[in-house]
Design a binder for this molecule. Sequence first.
Ligand code: KG4
Ligand code: ZN
Length: 339
Amino acid sequence: MATVLAIETSCDETSVAIVKNRHVLSNVVASQIKTHAQYGGVVPEVASRQHVEAVNILIEQALSEAGLGWDGIDAIAGTCAPGLIGALLVGLTAAKTLSMLYQKPFIGVHHLEGHIYASYLSNPELQPPFLCLLVSGGHTSLIHVKACGDYVVLGKTRDDAAGEAFDKVARLMQLGYPGGPIIDKLAKDGNPRAFELPEGKISLPEGRGFHPYDSSFSGLKTAMLRLIQKLEVTEDPLPVADLAASFQYTVAKALTKRAIRCALDHGLTTIAVGGGVAANSGLRSQLQTAATAQGLNVLFPPLKYCTDNAAMIACAAVEHFDKDHRSALNLAAQSRLSV
Ligand code: KG4
Ligand code: ZN
């Protein structure tokens, strides 16, 4: 087992962490959310510049919080894909430079692998095989984790990712950015059964029913738009809490159904959830209840390791380090790459 320093800059959080085996020694995050909120979403060029400003400071801070110098670090990792290309380049270049300077092995980590392994940080005994429900701003996937580096994607979204749906629906209701946490908070005061909404099933060819694991959230988003337009005629103010609760309930129901079915069909007894939407209270309670009823084990990372952070990247890098996986220093950043 190893001590790894990792840098994550794939989107709008600059983060540096040091993880020893599966234990976090430090994890510092500089969030850009307030900056991007003014524009209603992430502005790539602004994100890159803010990563450049923050990264060196955070590296020093992570070492100091862990009480370590460079001699206590076994390897240096950086997120290499997927994400905003300019943003990725900042962290990846910093990681490669440090690796050359201090003569430490370099490990490029796929961002989604980070979300998969976030569950290890609070459940260090977890071992594959397990099912990962990965629900973030860019992905909604059911991944069979067979071993480190051996993943089979069993289900995915056909259009919007779950987090993207939260963000777009929040924008429709003019609630602000990012939409997930705002809708989650509002939903606590609303009735989840106030409005019936479509779950987004994917039809199979020749009338063979519906895809058991794939999801679609664009129809749900359109249904929310129509509902809001209709309510605007008769209701002032809009029943935002009921709208938020009904939307959140529908997304959580769709994800829960697919994850449970997928785990049972594949004989997997543990579902590890990852990504920003894993922080959602509606999903956490629906999935926990359904999993318990089926005798399945469900693991949610602590909230701070659901959204983007470098601790999860370092944790994934520790797994690779132990398998003697190393990356070449000419490893390219890639904006799109499947896991
Ligand atoms: O994993 P993440 O930090 O970044 C990506 O890799 O995409 O996920 C960000 C997404 C955003 O769409 C945000 O709205 C959503 O996660 N999110 C939530 C919650 N917290 C963050 N969605 C629903 N409920 C939450 N509590
Ligand atoms: Zn992420």
